[in-house]
Design a protein around this ligand. Structure first.
Ligand code: PLP
Length: 389
């Protein structure tokens, strides 16, 4: 059986490769600490689990859901109004997704024809480029570089490329580079998209994992954003519901209706109890969100301060659940360093190059273990490496 040609351009998932290596190291009796995948280790708040449980006990909640519960759309638009002061029409400007990944993966099917250009951050969360490859589009990378505060420089995109581009992915707070964008940047993005008739797809999955009092913004806060784009929001990280699949696309109604059309041919909606859990999350007490962010902030401090004392310095992010760490002194290959870290210290992080060529020179560390384990990480690094030498 010959597989499809598009499969040739797909790299095997870095997470699978790391899992294989992990198993080899664990077979030697080492208890590996996995800071690779960004899957929250904390549970949702009890009222969210309770809403899920109650709904699961209702025998009528096992049918196809197709369009979704109206109360959920209202809960989300109410939440967006409270949090970002963004007005959204629950009937036309919100689309329910089986996790934001569902929308991120399928959107290009509606907007990218074979050979069309898409502007994709490099490094970037892998689905942005994968979705374009699946639609047989062409990727024009937008380098995210430290000297530009990891924001794409629109002035460096050649006008003929911009004129041909159909779609641009943006993501702030960003995975993997763990920086946020300001209003001025989003205003420039909207202006650029308007000039060249480009659809902006902004992914705001990490809006609520922010530290030191910082509040990330929604791209939809910028006047005119809805004319040129949509935003993806997820409950996975805000409420620790990653396996309880629920996310949303919001904004431009025409784009949403096209994405809805694609999805109506693929899936039959989000499980009703998961929607009830979403309503409970969005309309219930929000202290759990604050407590969650404070927990990640303490983890960030334990790790970044601890590693800095060993001579491995990295910036403290103001949002996201990741550290984007330049390689320690003496290292140039992220893949080699990551292998050494696993072999010598039993710690898994992701090589920056797994997120794109411009990710070389960095590793991504996910803050998905408690402070005690992160203290152990620092201890193991101290025992296994000597960066100042
Ligand atoms: C930037 C970003 N967007 C989207 C997702 C996927 O979120 P969801 O669970 O809503 O599919 C992730 C998951 O890690 C992510 O890092």
């Amino acid at each position: 059986m010959n597989k499809a040609k598009r499969m040739d351009s797909l790299a095997s998932g870095v997470f699978n490769e790391m899992e294989e290596k992990k198993q080899r190291v664990e077979a030697r009796g080492v208890k590996v600490i996995d800071l690779g995948v960004g899957s929250p280790d904390l549970p949702p708040a009890p009222h969210i689990i309770e809403a899920l449980r109650r709904s699961a006990n209702n025998p009528s909640h096992y049918r196809y859901t197709l369009v979704g519960v109206r109360r959920l759309y209202e809960a989300l638009t109410g939440w967006y109004k409270n949090r970002f002061n963004v007005d959204l029409d629950p009937d036309n400007e919100v689309l329910l997704l089986m996790g934001s990944q569902d929308g991120l993966a399928h959107l290009a099917m509606a907007y990218v024809d074979p050979g069309d250009i898409a502007l994709v951050p490099d490094p970037g969360y892998p689905i942005y480029s994968f979705s374009i490859q699946m639609a047989q589009g062409e990727i024009f990378p937008l380098p995210l570089l430290a000297e530009n505060r990891f924001l794409p420089d629109f002035s460096l995109i050649p006008p003929d490329i911009a004129a041909k581009a159909k779609l641009m992915w943006l993501n702030y707070p960003n995975n993997p580079v763990a920086v946020s964008a300001d209003r001025e940047f989003f205003e420039r993005a909207v202006e650029f998209a308007r000039k060249y008739d480009i659809l902006i797809c902004h992914d705001v999955a990490y809006a609520e994992l922010a530290y030191d009092g910082f509040k990330p913004m929604s791209f939809l806060e910028v006047p005119g954003a809805k004319d040129v784009g949509i935003e993806f929001y997820s409950l996975s990280k805000t409420y620790n519901m990653a396996g309880c699949r629920i996310g949303f696309a919001l904004g431009n109604r025409e784009v949403l209706s096209n994405l809805a059309l694609i999805k109506s041919n693929i899936d039959y909606g989000v499980f009703h109890p998961v929607q009830e859990a979403g309503i409970a999350a969005l309309t219930g007490p929000q202290e759990c969100v604050t407590i969650n962010a404070q927990t990640y902030q303490r983890r960030r401090d334990v790790l970044v301060d601890g590693l800095a004392e060993l001579g491995w310095k990295m910036p403290k992010p103001n949002a996201s659940m990741f550290i984007w760490a330049p390689l320690p002194p003496g290292y140039t290959s992220s893949t080699l360093f990551v292998s050494e870290l696993l072999e010598k210290a039993g710690i898994i992080v992701i090589p920056g190059v797994a997120f794109g060529n411009r990710g070389e020179g960095y590793v991504r560390i996910a803050l998905v273990r408690d402070e005690g384990i992160l203290t152990e990480v620092v201890k193991r690094v101290r025992q296994s490496f000597s960066f100042n030498a």
